[in-house]
Structure formats: C-alpha cells, structure tokens
Unconditional design. Structure first.
Length: 292
C-alpha cells in the first residue's frame, strides 16, 4: 500500500514551502443557523450551528447519525435556506444554489449512457461561464478533462462507459467531474464509504494530493474518523440532533502526509479523542421507544 501511495504522490507536484502554510481568510461562514424541516412543529435539524472554514482549508465534519451533516452540505451550497441565522461563502450571503461548488457523493452517479470523458465534462455544459465557452473551445476542454483523468490514474479510460469501470475507478472519475470546472469549494459527502479498505486509502492519496496542488477549500462529511484525521486540517464534531458543533480539533500532522502516519500512536490518539466525543453525543440522543 505504501508503494502505491508514493506513486500517486509523484503525479502531483507539491511546493514543500507551502505544504505547511495554514490558510487564514474565512471562505465559509455559518452563524447561529437554525433549520427546521416540515415547517412549524417539524424536525429541527440544526440549531445555533456556527462554524468557519478558512480559504484553502481541508475541513472534515463527523458526528452521530442524524446529527445534520447532510443538512450542513445543503445549507452551505444554497440548496436549502435556513429560517434563522446567516451563511456566507466568499463574503457573499448564500441565497440560492452556488455555481462555485463541486460535489462528490458516496454513489458516483455517473450517467451510464455517457462515456467517462463525457461524464467528467458534464458540469462544463451546465456551469457558467464554461457553458458558453464550451461551444467554441470543446477540443481545449476535452484535452483538459483527459489530462485530469490521467492525473488520477485513468489515462486511456475516457472512452469507457461507467459499467466498464471498477468502483474505485468510477469514484476517481467522480472526483474529476467535481473539479473540472475549477470550483472554489469542494463538498465531499462520504465519497469513499462504499469502497474496500485498500481502494479507499488509495483515493485518500488522490484527494490529498489534489488539494495540496490546487489549494481549493474542502468540506468532507464522513463517518470514518481515520479518514477525517488523515485528510483534514481541522475536524468538526457535531452533536446529536439538533446538530451544532461540539468540538473543533486542529490536526497538526505535517503535510504531505504518508499513509503510514495513520498507524502511529499520535494519530490514533486523535481518532480516539474524536470517538469519545461522538460517543458522548450519541449518549445524549433520545432512544426510540424510551420512556420519559
């Protein structure tokens, strides 16, 4: 596994001088946000949710099931608007869906009738200003998409259909699709959860090096605490519903991080710290059928 991880790293040149630089400017600001689904008397998903993600930062969000992690994704991207509180991205209030966001989910959702290359290029047909430019510069954009596929190890697979790719290969293509329009913010919702352990760690290396090279802002929602600690600059632990931030944990391991760091005692100490906080949050969750 270490050998595969090292080979991936060679594909993404990283400025060692910048590798340890910590971003400082806020990119995503969520302030005292409440969101209820179903109107008055509905389900209060998040309450007084407050967090800030710095520009260029890799942030991870963890917590017990039902804590509002997916709601956080929808709020940040403008797919839902809170009843209380404010959300800003790049110092602008979020009032609707954002076009500067790339998203990748656990299910790659590649369109089966389109080739891998055409799936990767799909956002260019939708997102302005690429949509207007694509008609005149299709060959240039195709070359860009093919170059991105090559960088994630999919050279020569652009004309294959999704059903001809393994799960790990589909997820690599999914990451390319999320990044092809050069978004300022990448939202990842359990993108590696359905993969086997070795493929998952391999793709950790891919997204690690993508982020190191491109310096976009990332919010990763995951149940995998090892994944969160390995990839993130900072981990946010959310409470049981209604969700709010219980803990912000800086992750100080030097970058770029080799996969071997995940087997160190220091790394496991951070994982256990997060697990204990989530266990506390789960203990506060009302149990179905429990008597008052």
């Amino acid at each position: 596994m270490a050998a595969r991880d090292s080979n991936l790293a060679l594909k993404w040149p990283v400025d060692e001088g910048d590798a340890q630089a910590q971003p400082t400017n806020p990119f995503v600001s969520i302030s005292d946000v409440n969101l209820t689904y179903g109107g008055p008397g509905g389900v209060l998903a998040v309450e007084k949710l407050t967090m800030t993600v710095r520009e260029g930062e890799f942030a991870a969000v963890v917590g017990p099931s039902g804590c509002g992690k997916s709601t956080l994704m929808k709020l940040t991207t403008g797919l839902v608007i809170p009843q209380v509180g404010q959300i800003a991205v790049k110092d602008k209030p979020v009032t609707g869906p954002l076009n500067i966001v790339g998203m990748a989910f656990q299910n790659p959702s590649l369109l089966p009738w389109r080739t891998t290359l055409d799936n990767v290029m799909l956002p260019l047909e939708i997102v302005s200003p690429h949509r207007e430019r694509l008609k005149k510069n299709r060959d240039e954009y195709r070359a860009k998409a093919e170059a991105m596929l090559e960088l994630v190890g999919l050279k020569g697979f652009g004309q294959k259909f999704p059903w001809q790719l393994s799960g790990g290969m589909q997820q690599r293509a999914n990451l390319c699709r999320a990044l092809i329009h050069e978004p300022g913010l990448l939202m990842l919702d359990e993108p590696f959860g359905a993969l086997d352990a070795f493929t998952r760690e391999e793709l950790w290396g891919v997204i690690r090096d993508l982020h190191q090279a491109k310096r976009f802002t990332v919010i990763l929602v995951t149940h995998d605490l090892r994944e969160a600690v390995y990839l993130a600059d900072r981990v946010f632990v959310m409470s049981a519903r209604p969700g709010r931030v219980l803990l912000e944990r800086e992750v100080g391991f030097p970058r770029p991080r080799p996969i071997e760091v995940t087997y160190s005692s220091e790394f496991n100490d951070v994982v256990h710290e997060l697990r204990e906080k989530i266990a506390e949050a789960r203990a506060d969750t009302p149990q179905i059928g429990a008597k008052n």
